[in-house]
Design a protein around this ligand. Structure first.
Ligand SMILES: N[C@@H](CCC(=O)N[C@@H](CS)C(=O)NCC(=O)O)C(=O)O
Length: 209
Protein backbone atom coordinates (compact mmCIF):
# COMPACT_ATOMS: atom_id res chain seq x y z
CA UNK A 1 0.00 0.00 0.00
CA UNK A 2 1.31 3.46 -0.84
CA UNK A 3 2.53 5.90 1.77
CA UNK A 4 0.25 8.52 3.24
CA UNK A 5 1.29 12.12 3.73
CA UNK A 6 0.39 14.07 6.87
CA UNK A 7 0.61 17.84 6.88
CA UNK A 8 1.20 18.89 10.46
CA UNK A 9 2.71 21.56 12.63
CA UNK A 10 4.73 20.90 15.76
CA UNK A 11 2.46 23.14 17.87
CA UNK A 12 -0.91 21.77 16.74
CA UNK A 13 -2.63 19.51 19.28
CA UNK A 14 -5.04 18.29 16.60
CA UNK A 15 -2.11 17.18 14.46
CA UNK A 16 -0.54 15.56 17.52
CA UNK A 17 -3.77 13.65 18.11
CA UNK A 18 -3.47 12.11 14.64
CA UNK A 19 0.19 11.28 15.19
CA UNK A 20 -0.50 9.63 18.55
CA UNK A 21 -3.36 7.63 16.98
CA UNK A 22 -1.07 6.52 14.15
CA UNK A 23 1.54 5.37 16.68
CA UNK A 24 -1.07 3.48 18.71
CA UNK A 25 -2.26 1.75 15.54
CA UNK A 26 1.25 0.87 14.39
CA UNK A 27 0.82 2.95 11.23
CA UNK A 28 3.36 5.72 11.73
CA UNK A 29 5.96 4.13 9.45
CA UNK A 30 3.48 4.40 6.58
CA UNK A 31 2.97 8.13 7.08
CA UNK A 32 5.34 10.67 5.57
CA UNK A 33 5.34 13.79 7.74
CA UNK A 34 5.14 17.17 6.04
CA UNK A 35 5.84 19.96 8.52
CA UNK A 36 4.23 23.29 7.77
CA UNK A 37 2.98 26.51 9.33
CA UNK A 38 -0.71 26.75 8.37
CA UNK A 39 -0.86 30.42 9.33
CA UNK A 40 1.74 31.40 6.72
CA UNK A 41 0.90 28.83 4.07
CA UNK A 42 4.31 29.06 2.48
CA UNK A 43 4.23 25.32 1.77
CA UNK A 44 1.11 25.23 -0.41
CA UNK A 45 -1.31 23.64 2.07
CA UNK A 46 -4.30 25.65 0.83
CA UNK A 47 -3.95 24.07 -2.58
CA UNK A 48 -4.43 20.71 -0.85
CA UNK A 49 -6.98 21.64 1.82
CA UNK A 50 -9.13 24.73 1.09
CA UNK A 51 -9.30 25.44 4.84
CA UNK A 52 -5.48 25.47 5.08
CA UNK A 53 -5.54 23.68 8.42
CA UNK A 54 -3.45 21.01 10.00
CA UNK A 55 -3.82 18.12 10.30
CA UNK A 56 -4.45 17.21 6.65
CA UNK A 57 -3.87 13.69 5.41
CA UNK A 58 -3.37 12.75 1.76
CA UNK A 59 -4.00 9.07 1.17
CA UNK A 60 -4.77 6.50 -1.52
CA UNK A 61 -7.87 4.51 -0.59
CA UNK A 62 -7.77 2.33 -3.68
CA UNK A 63 -10.50 4.35 -5.40
CA UNK A 64 -9.08 7.84 -5.15
CA UNK A 65 -5.28 7.93 -5.34
CA UNK A 66 -5.27 11.42 -3.82
CA UNK A 67 -7.90 11.33 -1.13
CA UNK A 68 -7.58 14.46 1.00
CA UNK A 69 -8.84 14.15 4.56
CA UNK A 70 -9.09 16.84 7.21
CA UNK A 71 -10.64 17.21 10.68
CA UNK A 72 -8.55 15.22 13.13
CA UNK A 73 -11.46 12.96 14.12
CA UNK A 74 -12.13 12.05 10.49
CA UNK A 75 -8.45 11.31 9.88
CA UNK A 76 -8.22 9.13 13.01
CA UNK A 77 -11.38 7.28 11.95
CA UNK A 78 -9.82 6.67 8.53
CA UNK A 79 -6.59 5.33 10.06
CA UNK A 80 -8.61 3.15 12.43
CA UNK A 81 -10.47 1.64 9.48
CA UNK A 82 -7.22 0.60 7.81
CA UNK A 83 -7.54 -2.47 9.93
CA UNK A 84 -4.74 -2.98 12.37
CA UNK A 85 -5.43 -5.37 15.25
CA UNK A 86 -6.48 -2.52 17.53
CA UNK A 87 -9.52 -0.31 17.26
CA UNK A 88 -9.52 3.26 18.55
CA UNK A 89 -13.21 3.81 17.78
CA UNK A 90 -15.26 1.11 19.52
CA UNK A 91 -17.86 -0.23 17.11
CA UNK A 92 -21.01 0.09 19.20
CA UNK A 93 -22.68 0.51 22.54
CA UNK A 94 -21.57 2.40 25.63
CA UNK A 95 -17.86 2.13 24.80
CA UNK A 96 -18.45 3.93 21.50
CA UNK A 97 -20.42 6.82 23.00
CA UNK A 98 -17.92 7.15 25.84
CA UNK A 99 -15.04 7.44 23.37
CA UNK A 100 -16.83 9.90 21.07
CA UNK A 101 -17.97 12.14 23.91
CA UNK A 102 -14.47 12.23 25.37
CA UNK A 103 -13.16 13.17 21.94
CA UNK A 104 -15.79 15.92 21.66
CA UNK A 105 -15.05 17.26 25.12
CA UNK A 106 -11.30 17.38 24.60
CA UNK A 107 -11.47 18.77 21.06
CA UNK A 108 -13.70 21.54 22.40
CA UNK A 109 -11.37 22.20 25.31
CA UNK A 110 -8.42 22.29 22.90
CA UNK A 111 -10.21 24.81 20.72
CA UNK A 112 -10.76 26.98 23.81
CA UNK A 113 -7.10 26.54 24.78
CA UNK A 114 -5.90 27.52 21.28
CA UNK A 115 -8.12 30.60 21.29
CA UNK A 116 -6.96 31.51 24.79
CA UNK A 117 -3.34 31.28 23.70
CA UNK A 118 -4.06 33.47 20.65
CA UNK A 119 -5.86 36.01 22.86
CA UNK A 120 -2.88 36.15 25.21
CA UNK A 121 -0.54 36.91 22.30
CA UNK A 122 -2.42 40.13 21.56
CA UNK A 123 -1.41 43.50 22.91
CA UNK A 124 -3.06 44.36 26.24
CA UNK A 125 -5.48 46.86 24.75
CA UNK A 126 -6.66 44.37 22.11
CA UNK A 127 -7.34 41.52 24.52
CA UNK A 128 -10.89 40.64 25.50
CA UNK A 129 -11.15 39.99 29.23
CA UNK A 130 -14.55 38.40 28.68
CA UNK A 131 -13.24 35.94 26.07
CA UNK A 132 -10.23 35.05 28.22
CA UNK A 133 -12.60 34.30 31.11
CA UNK A 134 -14.84 32.19 28.87
CA UNK A 135 -11.99 30.10 27.41
CA UNK A 136 -10.45 29.63 30.86
CA UNK A 137 -13.81 28.50 32.26
CA UNK A 138 -14.16 25.89 29.50
CA UNK A 139 -10.66 24.54 30.13
CA UNK A 140 -11.14 24.36 33.92
CA UNK A 141 -14.58 22.75 33.67
CA UNK A 142 -13.31 20.20 31.15
CA UNK A 143 -10.45 19.29 33.51
CA UNK A 144 -12.93 18.91 36.39
CA UNK A 145 -15.11 16.65 34.25
CA UNK A 146 -12.11 14.53 33.19
CA UNK A 147 -11.13 14.10 36.85
CA UNK A 148 -14.36 12.09 37.35
CA UNK A 149 -13.78 9.72 34.43
CA UNK A 150 -12.18 6.30 34.27
CA UNK A 151 -9.44 6.60 31.69
CA UNK A 152 -7.75 3.64 30.02
CA UNK A 153 -4.12 2.74 30.66
CA UNK A 154 -4.01 -0.16 28.20
CA UNK A 155 -5.72 -0.09 24.81
CA UNK A 156 -6.74 3.59 24.84
CA UNK A 157 -9.64 4.68 22.65
CA UNK A 158 -9.68 7.86 20.61
CA UNK A 159 -11.25 9.49 23.68
CA UNK A 160 -8.35 8.59 25.96
CA UNK A 161 -5.88 9.80 23.32
CA UNK A 162 -7.65 13.16 23.15
CA UNK A 163 -7.47 13.52 26.94
CA UNK A 164 -3.71 12.97 26.85
CA UNK A 165 -3.26 15.42 23.97
CA UNK A 166 -5.29 18.04 25.84
CA UNK A 167 -3.20 17.65 29.03
CA UNK A 168 0.00 17.72 26.96
CA UNK A 169 -1.05 20.91 25.19
CA UNK A 170 -1.72 22.66 28.51
CA UNK A 171 1.79 21.72 29.69
CA UNK A 172 3.31 22.91 26.40
CA UNK A 173 1.62 26.33 26.34
CA UNK A 174 1.45 27.02 30.06
CA UNK A 175 4.20 25.00 31.76
CA UNK A 176 3.70 26.91 35.04
CA UNK A 177 -0.06 26.35 35.17
CA UNK A 178 -0.96 23.95 37.95
CA UNK A 179 -3.94 21.95 36.67
CA UNK A 180 -2.84 18.85 38.63
CA UNK A 181 -3.24 19.63 42.34
CA UNK A 182 -7.04 19.68 42.25
CA UNK A 183 -7.19 16.71 39.81
CA UNK A 184 -4.94 14.00 41.21
CA UNK A 185 -6.63 11.10 39.35
CA UNK A 186 -6.28 12.80 35.98
CA UNK A 187 -2.73 13.87 36.78
CA UNK A 188 -1.76 10.32 37.80
CA UNK A 189 -3.27 8.85 34.65
CA UNK A 190 -1.54 11.41 32.43
CA UNK A 191 1.82 10.84 34.09
CA UNK A 192 1.69 7.19 33.09
CA UNK A 193 0.22 7.62 29.60
CA UNK A 194 2.61 10.46 28.80
CA UNK A 195 5.59 8.12 29.27
CA UNK A 196 4.38 5.86 26.44
CA UNK A 197 6.03 5.77 23.02
CA UNK A 198 3.13 7.44 21.22
CA UNK A 199 3.40 10.52 23.44
CA UNK A 200 7.20 10.54 23.61
CA UNK A 201 7.58 10.46 19.82
CA UNK A 202 5.15 13.30 19.20
CA UNK A 203 6.23 15.97 21.68
CA UNK A 204 5.26 19.54 20.84
CA UNK A 205 8.00 22.01 20.06
CA UNK A 206 7.89 25.63 18.87
CA UNK A 207 7.58 26.09 15.12
CA UNK A 208 10.76 26.88 13.21
CA UNK A 209 11.28 30.38 11.92
N1 LIG B 1 -11.33 20.81 14.13
C1 LIG B 1 -10.06 20.76 13.47
C2 LIG B 1 -9.16 21.83 14.07
C3 LIG B 1 -7.85 21.98 13.29
C4 LIG B 1 -7.19 23.30 13.63
O1 LIG B 1 -7.82 24.24 14.16
N2 LIG B 1 -5.90 23.40 13.29
C5 LIG B 1 -5.19 24.63 13.53
C6 LIG B 1 -3.84 24.35 14.18
S1 LIG B 1 -4.08 23.69 15.80
C7 LIG B 1 -4.92 25.30 12.20
O2 LIG B 1 -4.49 24.67 11.26
N3 LIG B 1 -5.23 26.59 12.13
C8 LIG B 1 -5.00 27.37 10.94
C9 LIG B 1 -6.23 28.15 10.57
O3 LIG B 1 -7.26 28.05 11.29
O4 LIG B 1 -6.22 28.84 9.54
C10 LIG B 1 -9.46 19.36 13.65
O5 LIG B 1 -9.92 18.62 14.54
O6 LIG B 1 -8.57 18.97 12.86
Amino acid sequence: MSAMELWYSTTSPFARKVRVAAEELGLSSRIRLHETNPWRDDGGLRAVNPLCKVPTLVADDGVDDRLVLYESGVICDYLDALGSERRLFPESGHARWRALVLQGLCDGALTAAGRLFAEEQKRNEERSVAMIARFTAAIDAALDDLETRDLAFAEPTIGDICVAVFCGYLDFRWPQRDWRTRRPRLAGWFEVYDMGVSMQKTRHRPMRG
